[in-house]
Design a protein around this ligand. Structure first.
Ligand code: F3S
Length: 294
């Protein structure tokens, strides 16, 4: 059995940076703790590892003692959140991904130019909440029917969640072009997401079974799974090797693996090693690794 790991599988640059900043803050923290509003990344296993190192995940910053450090996740937050953290005299470690900051800038620019701002993305996702917090009256849409139901506008500015599915973005823009004459669009989908989605689709087309590794609560991992499933019925979303069913690989000669932006390398390796264990013989390729299993 040949196992091919997508080059882009796993942590993106922004998540790697956020985890690194969190670990470095832990090393210098006097209390041995660093707080985070919500989960630093959407991956249960990595969260457990960070907790064991001293990270504390809270839903409400009011519970954090004065003077402690708080990390802002790569998703970013609304300016009002930063203001509140400053009032509470917390040390802010801002790990907002610079690409997310760029979406904030673009949304604010559109507002300054008097465009009503439409954010394409999941309204419940922290990144979208953060972007929305940077403009006064944002519109948010996550489905085509929501876009169709939007009132008519003489002008409209558009930005999107960095992890948006590129196909949805194309469809959404086509729909909007029929509705609005003066439209200014910023494609703010992160390149890392685009490349990961493209690779997942290509790989899924060329393998017998496709595994997508990552948190069930990770929107970008779920999107990878949906994309893979459209071209390969035998696509499975697993959080870890423990969820793998050996029967999936009964007649498989080639297995593809990709992983969401919040999936750590060590989780991907565990999945690969598990597959190598169950494979009778074959190759491991991808990321420049080639290994024959006997
Ligand atoms: Fe940043 Fe793109 Fe990752 S926006 S957090 S590098 S998916």
């Amino acid at each position: 059995m040949e196992i091919v790991v997508a080059k882009s599988a796993g942590f993106c640059w922004g998540v790697k940076r956020a985890v690194k900043m969190a670990v470095e803050s832990l090393k210098t923290s006097k209390s041995g703790k660093v707080f985070c509003l919500g989960e630093l990344i959407h991956n249960r296993l990595e969260i457990e590892r960070l907790k064991s190192m001293g990270m504390v995940f809270v839903e409400d910053f009011e519970k954090i003692p004065e003077g402690e450090s708080i990390i802002i996740r790569s998703h970013g937050v609304a300016p009002s959140v930063i203001e509140n953290l400053k009032k509470k005299k917390l040390k802010i470690v801002d790990a907002t991904c610079p690409f997310v900051k760029d979406v904030h800038e673009k949304a604010m620019k559109l507002e300054r130019e008097n465009y009503p701002v439409l954010i394409l993305g999941n309204p419940n996702h922290p990144e979208v909440k953060g972007i929305a917090g940077h403009v006064k009256n944002p519109l948010i849409a996550s489905t085509l029917s929501e876009i169709e139901k939007l009132p008519s506008f003489s002008r409209l500015g558009v930005v999107c969640q960095t992890t948006l599915n590129i196909n949805f973005f194309k469809e959404a823009i086509s729909t909007l072009l029929l509705k609005v004459k003066d439209i200014k669009i910023y494609n703010t989908i992160c390149n890392a997401t685009y490349i990961r989605q493209k690779e997942a689709k290509e790989l899924a087309k060329n393998v017998d079974v496709m595994l997508i590794v990552g948190g069930k609560n990770s929107s970008n991992t779920t999107k990878l799974y949906q994309i893979s499933k459209t071209v390969n019925e035998n696509s499975f979303h697993v959080e870890s090797e423990e969820e793998i069913d050996k029967d999936w690989f009964k007649n498989a000669k080639k297995v593809g693996i990709t992983a969401g932006a919040s999936t750590p390398q060590w989780v991907i390796e565990k999945v690969v090693n598990y597959l190598l264990d169950i494979a009778e013989g074959g190759e491991l390729s991808g990321r420049g690794i080639r290994k024959t299993v006997r």
